[in-house]
Design a protein around this ligand. Sequence first.
Ligand code: TYD
Length: 231
Amino acid sequence: MSKQRAGLFIAFEGGDGAGKSTQAARLAEALESRGHTVLRTREPGGTPIGEKLRSLVLDHGHGHIDAHTEALIFAASRAAHATQVIRPALERGEIVLTDRYIDSSVAYQGAGRGLGEDAVRSLNEWATSGLQPHLTVLLDVDPAVGRRRRTAGEAAEDRLESEADDFHTRIRDAFLELARSRPESYLVLPAHHAVGELAEQILERVEILLAAHHAVPADVPVHAPSVGGHP
Ligand code: TYD
């Protein structure tokens, strides 16, 4: 019996105002109450350098940032996040929930900024050495609803959020296309449904995944495959 354990990697994706953080928090709570060790994290950010890159790329006031520079900053933050935080947690057998991952760059920089989805995906696969989520929960939000939800809060919109509605529509379409291209790796839910209902559907899918994945509470040794197909 090997002591090595493989965790489970779940990404939450969707447009701004989709309610990803709320659902990630609900899922973390439900999994922890069932004895799992959960790491909640986010992008851009998740590491000290990533949090610095986050404020560089999101805050207004650094002057114009061209699309290539923007994509590289997100990818740099993600490289640190994958290497320093996500991969080690998966190797410890934990369940990692990240608020945004590669799909956000493919949608926002690839489709939204027009850099091309394949180019942005390649950049990010290189940055993460190919580390992919086992499941992506896509909370699909109508851009107009997302904007209403955001502007109802106290916080001012960041550089990306304050882009025009057609930018957010391209992003929504790109997310849905990503999910359509690999349906087995996605759970797509309408973000306007009740919070509790969404939380139940997400937990149900994750429990099925856990059963299939042989992920177990962290103190049980199991035979485990290498994480994400990497050594
Ligand atoms: P996020 O932290 O999810 O925003 P909030 O917590 O305010 O909802 O993401 C910040 C912004 O960064 C969001 O508009 C999406 C954008 N973003 C990209 O454009 N590309 C990326 O790769 C990532 C991770 C985020």
